[in-house]
Write a protein that binds this ligand. Structure first.
Ligand code: ADP
Ligand code: MG
Length: 337
């Protein structure tokens, strides 16, 4: 049985004004999210992951930002045509987001309970007393011990891992269809990180909420994702199911990211990092944006931007000339479902 598509992004380009020029941060990306799936978006800092998720939430600051083209279809309707008022009904209710640093998203002046109650009452007409009971139930759901006491505590009384659990509880308060988690575990230590990822996986299984998990770490993707998009310079350079991408990465960038996850390749001694930096948007005028850093570069990589080529295994596509001939079929719209 194939799951229904809940979110479909078509040819989305989001740019920012800098020195009177519009520079693309997200450059013509297309992808789909299925009901109940966990989709990873991975790439180094500056590759356009957060901008992608902010666009889905309708939270791109405009100006300096501008959605230049594309569609964001949520259950078939284009969110880009929604007014701010209509988006407010979607945010936190149908599509929720959690951020990397929970301390900046939680209000230090209010108790944990007050904040969850507010999140609940924003979208439902639930009476306060009932919302407080629901808040305790949500805290239990995300594995917070002594939740009856914790509802009356303030954010600074909790550890980083506990605060992130609270953020997840708030995001899950209204049973969203989609949860977007932007680097949710980056600020946490490894043990807590594993617990939070487990928690998200459990919530996904219990509630069938689709999750977009954004991370710079393919190790995190390996833990819980079904499918993964690899982004570089605002473009998708490779995507496919997690097993294929981890076992047979095709794009030299994906291979580089994999090499920088020590446990995956059993190399625990020295952490590899891809030489060079992500170029600034607009600084590469032609060719493959990764070519200057690529150790498998061939002559025309510096001149021509490759398309996404379909690989043999279904749904696996790679934007790299080295694989132009491989699957044979050239993908037109960018993404095979
Ligand atoms: P990632 O989340 O992958 O680290 P982002 O999506 O945050 O990357 O950013 C991608 C690029 O978009 C950045 O390199 C930056 O140039 C641009 N950008 C993001 N937000 C803004 C902003 N508010 N103003 C100007 N440029 C921005
Ligand atoms: Mg980011």
């Amino acid at each position: 049985m194939t799951a229904k598509t809940i979110l479909k992004i078509q040819d989305l380009t989001v740019s920012f004004f800098a020195n009177k020029k519009l520079l693309p941060a997200v450059d013509g990306i297309s992808f789909e999210l299925k009901e109940g799936e966990i989709l990873g978006i991975v790439g180094e800092s500056g590759s356009g992951k957060s901008v992608t998720s902010l666009a889905v939430m309708g939270l791109i600051p405009m100006p300096p930002g501008k959605i230049e083209k594309g569609e964001i279809l949520f259950e078939g309707k284009d969110l880009l045509t929604y007014s701010e008022k209509e988006m407010r009904k979607i945010r936190g209710n149908q599509i929720s987001m959690i951020f990397q640093e929970p301390m900046t998203s939680l209000n230090p002046l209010f108790t944990i309970g007050d904040q969850i109650v507010e999140a609940l009452r924003l979208h439902t007409k639930m009476p306060k007393a009932e919302a407080k009971l629901k808040a305790i139930e949500l805290l239990k759901l995300v594995g917070i011990p002594r939740s009856e006491a914790i509802v009356n505590e303030y954010p600074h009384q909790l550890s980083g891992g506990m605060r992130q659990r609270v953020m997840i509880a708030m995001a899950m308060a209204c049973n969203p269809r989609i949860l977007i988690a932007d680097e949710p575990t980056t600020a946490l230590d490894v043990t807590i990180q594993a617990q939070i990822l487990d928690l998200m996986k459990n919530l996904n299984e219990q509630t069938n909420t689709s999750i977009i998990l954004i991370t710079h770490d393919l190790g995190v993707v390996a833990e819980i994702c079904d499918r993964v998009l690899v982004m570089y310079c605002g473009q998708i350079v490779e995507h496919g199911d997690v097993h294929t991408i981890l076992k047979e990465p095709k794009h030299p960038y994906t291979k580089g990211l994999l090499k920088s996850v020590p446990d995956l390749l059993g190399k625990k001694d020295r952490l590899y990092s891809i030489p060079g930096n992500v170029p600034r948007p607009g600084s590469i005028k032609q060719g493959c944006p990764f070519a200057p850093r690529c150790d498998e570069r061939i002559a025309h990589c510096l001149d021509v931007l490759p398309s996404l080529y379909a690989m043999e295994s279904a749904g696996h596509e790679v934007r790299c000339f080295l694989h132009e001939q491989e699957g044979g079929v050239r993908s037109n719209v960018g993404m095979a479902p």
